[in-house]
Design a protein around this ligand. Structure first.
Ligand code: BG6
Length: 509
């Protein structure tokens, strides 16, 4: 399947398969995977013979587990919950109780898959989905290899989807990649980054390469700088603090989602639209990312911060260190703002500013391209500098769309200018909500299209950039400080200073 082909009728259909979800009792299965699969069936995208095996450690019956899933589906499904459709769908889900090291559990799984093949008369395609805590990835992969399950029966395929985090630094990512590639071919490995499955992220390539007007301006001759903001108005709900405090915003969001967005914005036109064509072009961006090395460089270019008590959407919020399962003396950042450069011919000297944080005033992800000012000889003598720039905004979520800010004459006898917006909204133009990222990605994995999944080298290059910053924060004698911002504000003043030093300001969302 090729996501950028104009003629969508030529999309490769997903192959019927069995999806084995490891760690199926977890949050992701309830909130995203099962509702996603249900929606695909609802929309007629899922082959009806698709079966789902929920592999997990706790004791549960098929019926009991299906009931739990039904409750979640009612809550999280994009399409409204239909009892009859759910009945059909849920009969395809079976619970498989086993630990992840238990050889006998994997041999029972092999028997189960064989029985499906015989009963359904299918070839036996299997998609393994690693949705456990990463500590179990090794055990599962080794067990899949040793049990022979990673090797597909004749004429069939066996693929693996790996959830993030892909390691916690370069060595652990390399280790994980090694174990994955000892078990599955790279071509059968699908490292999920759900930001790539978002409709708006996919549209970046279409916007750039299917239109003639943007690409000629897409370089340091015409672009002043780029901002990427990923704001969340949530703290550490549902015990998430335990995981989050070991990761922090840099590893949780920047290493994957945000750098992926940078790569889509900064990449050269790919040689072709194959998975490797696109990923080769993205890897070149990762290779060109300038690394900040040592406490001084990191201190100058990267701001880390934690929220203190405040109020978000009118509701009182505790500070990061008072969150459930977060140590009182934690130094983990819940916010990062950074300046980075893609040292390539196209982007020489153009800063990319990234900011991401929890407990900000609203949930919104957007990319803004700030163009150079027009020559000031005629109209611009007195206009405010920031307003003079044309800004192209790609709203990743919510209110998905693209807008262009430009100056217009205010009607009337005097020549007075004001910024106005040309706006494209997905909902208005296409009249329907975009599918969830997970729906798209699962379908792509079933169709064997890895374009929207991270390749091994992308992940490792991203870690090289991140590791230097982490090293300066945690291993240097004079680490840059952890700044603070009240929950419900737009981040620490240090993040504003980062841009002010360059004569710029963050866009108001
Ligand atoms: C996840 C992070 O990958 O992405 C979370 O682990 C974050 O911390 C989430 O909340 C954000 O995803 P989205 O799609 O809601 O922007």
């Amino acid at each position: 399947m090729n996501p950028f082909r104009e003629d969508l009728a030529t999309r490769t259909a997903p192959d019927p398969c069995t999806i084995v979800i490891f760690g199926a009792t977890g949050d992701l299965t309830h909130r995203k995977l099962i509702p996603g699969l249900y929606n695909l069936l609802h929309d007629g995208e899922l082959p009806p013979t698709t079966r789902i095996v929920a592999f997990a450690r706790r004791e549960k019956t098929d019926e009991g587990f299906r009931q739990e899933l039904e409750e979640s589906n009612k809550k999280y499904s994009r399409q409204s919950h239909n009892d009859r459709l759910w009945q059909t769908f849920s009969q395809q889900i079976e619970y498989h109780q086993s630990t992840f090291e238990d050889k006998e559990g994997f041999s029972r799984l092999a028997d189960r898959l064989k029985a499906y093949r015989e009963k359904d008369g299918t070839v036996g395609n299997v998609l393994f989905y690693l949705s456990t805590a990463p500590d179990y990835f090794d055990d599962i992969l080794i067990a899949l290899k040793e049990s022979g399950l990673a090797k597909a029966p004749k004429n069939a395929w066996a693929r693996v989807i790996v959830e993030k985090p892909f390691g916690t630094d370069l060595p652990t990512a390399q280790h994980l990649n090694q174990v994955v590639n000892d078990t599955f071919e790279e071509a059968d490995t699908y490292r999920i980054d759900h930001y790539l499955g978002k409709e708006t992220a996919q549209n970046i390539m279409v916007l750039r390469f299917a239109n003639a007007i943007f690409e000629p301006l897409w370089n340091n001759q015409h672009i002043d700088h780029i901002q990427i903001t990923c704001a969340e108005n949530m703290g550490m709900t549902g015990g998430r603090g335990a995981y989050y405090d070991t990761a922090g915003a840099l590893r949780d969001m920047v290493q994957n989602h945000l750098l992926q967005l940078v790569s889509l914005i900064a990449m050269e036109p790919p040689a072709d639209l194959s998975a490797d064509g696109v990923r080769d072009a993205k890897v070149n961006v990762f290779k060109s990312l300038r690394h900040w090395v040592g406490a001084e460089e990191v201190g100058k270019n990267v701001v880390r911060a934690q929220y203190t008590a405040g109020s978000v959407d009118g509701i009182d919020a505790v500070g990061y260190r008072q969150e459930d399962r977060v140590p009182e003396d934690s130094k983990t950042e819940a916010y990062v703002a950074l300046r980075c450069f893609v040292d390539s011919w196209r982007w020489d000297g153009v800063p990319f500013y990234i900011r991401v944080g929890k407990q900000l005033p609203k949930k919104a992800t957007e990319i803004s391209i700030h163009f150079n000012e027009a020559p000031s000889v005629l109209f611009h003598k007195s206009a405010n500098q920031q307003v003079r720039k044309n800004v192209l905004v790609i709203r990743i979520q919510p209110d998905e769309g693209v807008s262009l800010r430009m100056l217009s004459k205010v009607p009337g006898p005097a020549v007075r200018m004001e910024p106005v917006k040309m706006d494209f909204r997905y909902k208005t133009s296409f009249g329907k909500a975009s599918p969830e990222a997970y729906e798209r990605l699962i379908l792509d994995a079933m169709a064997g299209d890895a374009t929207l999944f991270a390749r091994r080298d992308e992940v490792e290059h991203a870690w090289r950039f991140i590791d230097e910053i982490e090293k300066a924060w945690h291993q240097s004698d004079s680490p840059p400080p952890v700044a603070e911002y009240p929950a419900g504000s737009w981040g620490p003043k240090e993040a504003d200073t980062l841009l002010e030093q360059d004569g710029r300001v963050w866009r108001r969302l």
